[in-house]
Ligand binder design. Structure first.
Ligand SMILES: [Zn+2]
Ligand SMILES: [Zn+2]
Length: 219
């Protein structure tokens, strides 16, 4: 593969030679298994329907699940995956998701639309890749259903309130949306982005949106 020549096989987390993610670092990723908050997927001491993080919040999705905690290792993995667009990393991320998150029952799988400028710069949309890999594993058709309004600031570095304001109304549906949809994103940070995207999917006709991300910030 051409990419292998450009990027020699080194672990994206620790830099050791061999695999894109060595088994040591792979095992070191913190899986987000039960118990979790039923709604937002935050790790909890025991199963709860709402947690400190999501109680009282208006959230447009029914539930959110992620494979691993967004710690330093996961950050490096996501960073490499986004910047290099390596297909192996998207496959790896999907494999981890599939190993941790039960297959949601839905008609279709879609993904958070990339900002147009970033898409041009990178030439690929990491979340589209992840959705495609998951769609293949879960046997769900992958359909682009969202459009993102141009010219918004990146979410990075904003407070929770700013994040919510920043993404409000940022998405719109591009087609009629099936009743149940899986919405894929790379990282769940505050939930503001996926909630805004889920709002658009519901406007388009979805009754239930289940969010699946590779990683999730854990407070
Ligand atoms: Zn490693
Ligand atoms: Zn919660």
């Amino acid at each position: 593969m051409l990419l292998d020549l450009v990027f020699p096989r080194r672990c994206v987390v620790c830099g050791s030679d061999g695999a894109v993610l060595c088994s040591y670092c792979e095992q070191g990723l913190e899986r987000l298994g039960n118990p979790l908050c039923e709604r937002c997927g935050a790790p909890t001491a025991w199963p709860v329907e709402r947690c400190r993080e999501c109680a009282g919040r208006r959230i447009a999705f029914a539930r959110a699940r992620a494979a691993v905690a967004y710690d330093d290792s996961a950050k490096r993995l996501v960073g490499a995956w986004k910047e290099r667009g390596q297909r192996t990393l998207a496959e790896l991320a999907a494999e981890l998701v599939d190993g941790v998150v039960p297959r949601p029952s839905a008609y279709t799988i879609t993904f958070v639309a990339a900002d147009h400028d970033r898409l041009l710069k990178r030439g690929h949309n990491p979340t589209h890749r992840l959705a495609a890999e998951l769609g293949a594993r879960w046997q769900l058709p992958v359909v682009p259903l969202l459009r993102r309004a141009p010219g918004r600031a990146a979410q990075k570095g904003l407070t929770l309130a700013e994040r919510r304001r920043n993404v409000r109304g940022a998405f719109s549906p591009t087609a009629a949306v099936p009743k149940t949809v899986v919405l894929v994103d790379d990282v769940y940070t505050s939930g503001a982005t996926v909630s805004a995207a889920a709002t658009a999917l519901r406007k388009g006709g979805a009754r239930r949106v289940e969010v699946v991300t590779f990683a999730r910030a854990v407070r």
